[in-house]
Design a protein around this ligand. Structure first.
Ligand code: GLN
Length: 496
């Protein structure tokens, strides 16, 4: 029974709990048992909160018994990326500098998840402060891809994606600054949606780059992602960039999209610049066959050109380091976590320097240095200012493309999951994993990744992008596509 429960989707589990067929405690226990059985190999979790999960599940069961109303995901387990603060539950952002830190408050999304009766199982592994594309930059060791344990699960949210792919949780939260929800989804054969910037509160996310960061759902079905999106989305007065408008009708779109079985009248734009040289041939083949599937469903396929997308990588790697060099200044040995060398013999500045030296990993230091340089007097206009102009040009490219198409599609990542350790010595080889996901991040527009078949026996993702606040379009097209293609799951032999 336990293993059967872990194979079910979130919406199926919610229905079983709501109907009284299975207790939420049983669902939570089944997932905790699965974690116990496989996570020493996957290492998706940094911290499992079994007591907290069972307690939350008991509360759901009690409320049900008392006849209280259930949220649509009540009693369903969730894995939370460790960059989201959770009251009294250790939150590290994958960094030594926050080792053992117990936040005194909940992020808005943590609070909304609790209030919905969703059961948090624990916190998932990630690249340190969400910098990376493989989860190998975590200070606590890498996560392994449930499709092939010798490969990466993508990043930075590899822990969340691996937990979902490995049946350790049906729901997870990721955060996406340049692709960290979508790229791990692509290489683990799961769903990941980056909402419109401002669509989901950033209050209580440990900031990487504030103008780009956005939390979103990671799941195994499009409907589950929409259900979770609806729980976490919507206005929050604690986040000044939160959009004060209703959440787009994502759940309705997912249901209607699956039921319709047709994309007649939908204009799908294939972005010319997101393909070709540098992309693995197997990825391109899977993408082409996905486009044929969309055409077969009745979509009107058009080619669009977004000439400035080619500068997205360069612009992103100036904007992101600039913002993170400023955001990470708060880790100063005074306010949170680690403090090194505070024995009374040293000046405060020296304690700060020793703490940051010991607490940050190499990628974090690299980006702080690049960002500090790019923002310094005399270089600001040449680098940061210039990158912001490119960002505007990318947003304009999107605007023009959305006049010709309702959604845009591309591969989610140029590559399938690569081997652990393969790209760690070459930052550029790591950065190019996000070639396809960066434009939507820079423009603040929504994008989803859905499984689109295999290459070399490994998952490939299809990215579907929509205009700002039209997240429902991503879900509608993704759900229709999902219903038309064969479902993929990791080979059972890997995690038996
Ligand atoms: N891989 C990208 C980076 O290293 C994206 C990270 C993210 O989205 N958090 O910055």
């Amino acid at each position: 029974m336990g293993d059967e429960l872990t194979r079910k989707s979130a919406s199926e589990l919610a229905a079983l709990v709501a109907g009284g067929e299975v207790a939420a405690v049983e669902v939570a226990q089944a997932h905790l048992d699965r974690i116990e059985a496989v996570d020493s190999r996957v290492r998706a979790f940094l911290n499992v909160d079994a007591d907290g999960a069972l307690e939350a599940a008991r509360t759901v069961d009690k409320k049900r018994a008392a006849g209280e109303r259930h949220g649509p995901l009540a009693g369903v387990p969730l894995a939370m990326k460790d960059v989201v603060v959770t009251k009294d539950v250790v939150t590290t952002a994958g960094s030594k500098i926050l080792e053992g830190w117990r936040p005194p408050y909940d992020a808005t999304i943590s609070a909304r998840i609790k209030a919905a009766g969703i059961v948090m199982l624990g916190k998932t592994n990630m690249d340190e402060f969400a910098m990376g594309s493989s989860t190998e930059n975590s200070a606590y060791g890498p996560t392994h891809n449930p499709w092939d344990l010798s490969r990466v699960p993508g990043g930075s949210g590899g822990g969340s994606a691996a937990a979902v792919a490995g049946y350790e949780a049906p729901l997870a939260i990721g955060t996406d600054t340049g692709g960290s929800i979508r790229q791990p989804a692509a290489v683990t054969g799961t769903i990941g949606h980056k909402p419109t910037y401002g669509g989901v509160s950033r209050y209580g996310l440990i900031a990487l780059a504030s103008s780009l960061d956005q939390a979103g759902p990671c799941t195994r079905t499009v409907l589950d992602a929409a259900l979770l999106h609806e729980v976490i989305g919507g206005h929050d007065r604690c986040d000044s960039t939160s959009i004060n408008r209703p959440v787009p009708p994502v759940v309705t779109a997912a249901r209607e999209g699956a039921a319709a079985g047709s994309l007649a009248g939908v204009r799908v734009g294939v972005v010319r610049e997101l393909g070709g040289e540098g992309y693995q041939p197997g990825v391109l083949a899977a993408f082409e066959s996905s486009v044929e599937t969309l055409r077969g469903l009745g979509a009107d396929i058009v080619e669009v050109s977004c000439p400035h997308f080619e500068y997205a990588l360069a612009a992103y790697y100036l904007i992101l380091p600039s913002e993170c060099s400023s955001n990470l200044a708060r880790f100063d040995a005074v306010r949170y976590g680690l403090r090194v060398g505070d024995d009374g013999s040293r000046a405060l500045e020296d304690v700060m320097a020793l703490t940051r030296e010991a607490g940050f990993g190499p990628e974090v230091k690299r980006r702080i240095m690049i960002g500090t340089y790019a923002l310094s007097a005399g270089y600001y206009d040449a680098y940061y200012g210039q990158a912001q102009k490119v960002r505007t040009l990318i947003a304009r490219d999107f605007g023009a493309a959305f006049e010709k198409a309702d959604v845009l599609v591309s591969p989610t990542s140029p590559f399938v999951a690569f081997g652990l350790g393969e790209r760690m010595d070459d930052p550029m080889a790591m950065y190019v994993n996000d070639l396809c996901t960066l434009p939507a991040s820079l423009a603040g527009t929504p994008a989803i990744s859905v499984p689109a078949g295999l290459s070399e026996g490994l998952p490939v993702g299809l990215q579907i992008m929509a205009p700002a606040m039209a997240d429902d379009r991503c879900y509608r097209v993704a759900a229709t596509f999902e219903a038309a293609v064969e479902r993929i799951s990791p080979p059972a032999a890997v995690l038996t």
